[in-house]
Design a protein around this ligand. Structure first.
Ligand code: PGA
Length: 253
């Protein structure tokens, strides 16, 4: 049985003091009960170390939202994998649709980042998903196949064991429109089958595939109840401790 993983993507929200407040509230809420699933929070770079310090002795793991694939050098404004590791973080979101669309990241660049993160010892949360236009045009599966295949180019089966996949239909991110549990399950099953073809049945059985896109306390249980949905990547609803804790409580026990 795969363990479910709930991750919170804070995006460009929460300064240092707000980060302290939110992490402390999550820690207090989680220690009161057994989470029953893994919990990751992904604050902005500026809060990583502080959040990690507060999260110590709690089930909360810390991830970043992006990184650059070079080791170091003249890359003004970029952050490397080893810098992330030095803050205590263990995960990194890569290939988020906002990185793809607003910052022009290609599948090839995302692949370089994934390989660098893996070799440095960070666990990527690798995001994929189709736009509304692609869904309406009937190309959802083609888009997903390309993103997964190119993103995981030259990744070994052993390395795949350290990757979390996150299916996030772009039309459902921050829009309040959630994929129905059946729509999400259909794509998750497709992705798992693709992992069978690209790697092996054993790798596909093991890999965690999160759903993301307007996940909230009201829809979490039904989404997380689907056989191929192994967790959630939560944006808006992770910014309030109460709603994020409720989503965590919705995990398969
Ligand atoms: P949302 O964002 O929950 O606000 O839709 C999810 C994400 O972008 O990861």
């Amino acid at each position: 049985m795969r363990k479910q993983i709930i991750a919170g993507n804070w995006k460009m929200f929460n300064n240092l003091s707000e980060s302290v407040e939110l992490t402390a509230a999550l820690k207090a809420g989680l220690s009161a009960k057994d989470a029953g699933c893994e919990v990751i929070v992904c604050p902005p770079f500026t809060s990583l170390e502080t959040v990690h310090t507060i999260a110590k002795d709690s089930p909360i793991q810390v991830g970043a939202q992006n990184m650059y694939f070079e080791e170091n050098g003249a890359y003004t404004g970029e952050i490397s994998a080893s810098m992330l590791l030095s803050t205590g973080c263990t995960h990194v979101i890569l290939g988020h649709s906002e990185r793809r669309t607003i910052f022009g990241e290609s599948d090839a660049v995302i692949n370089k980042k994934i390989k660098k993160a893996l070799s440095a010892g960070l666990k990527p949360i690798f995001c994929i998903g189709e736009t509304l236009q692609e869904r309406e045009g009937g190309t959802t599966f083609d888009v997903i196949r390309k993103q997964v295949t190119e993103g995981l180019q030259n990744v070994s089966e052993a390395e795949l064991g350290n990757i979390i996949l996150a299916y996030e239909p772009v039309w459902a991110i921050g829009t309040g429109k959630t994929a129905t549990p059946a729509q999400a399950q259909e794509v998750h099953a497709f992705i798992r089958d693709l992992i069978v073809k690209l790697f092996s049945a054993a790798a596909a059985e093991k890999i965690v595939i999160q759903y993301g896109g307007s996940v909230k306390p009201e829809n979490a249980a039904e989404l997380l109840g689907q056989p191929d949905i192994d967790g959630a990547l939560v944006g808006g609803a992770c910014l309030k401790a109460n709603s994020f804790l409720k989503i965590i409580e919705s995990c398969r026990k």
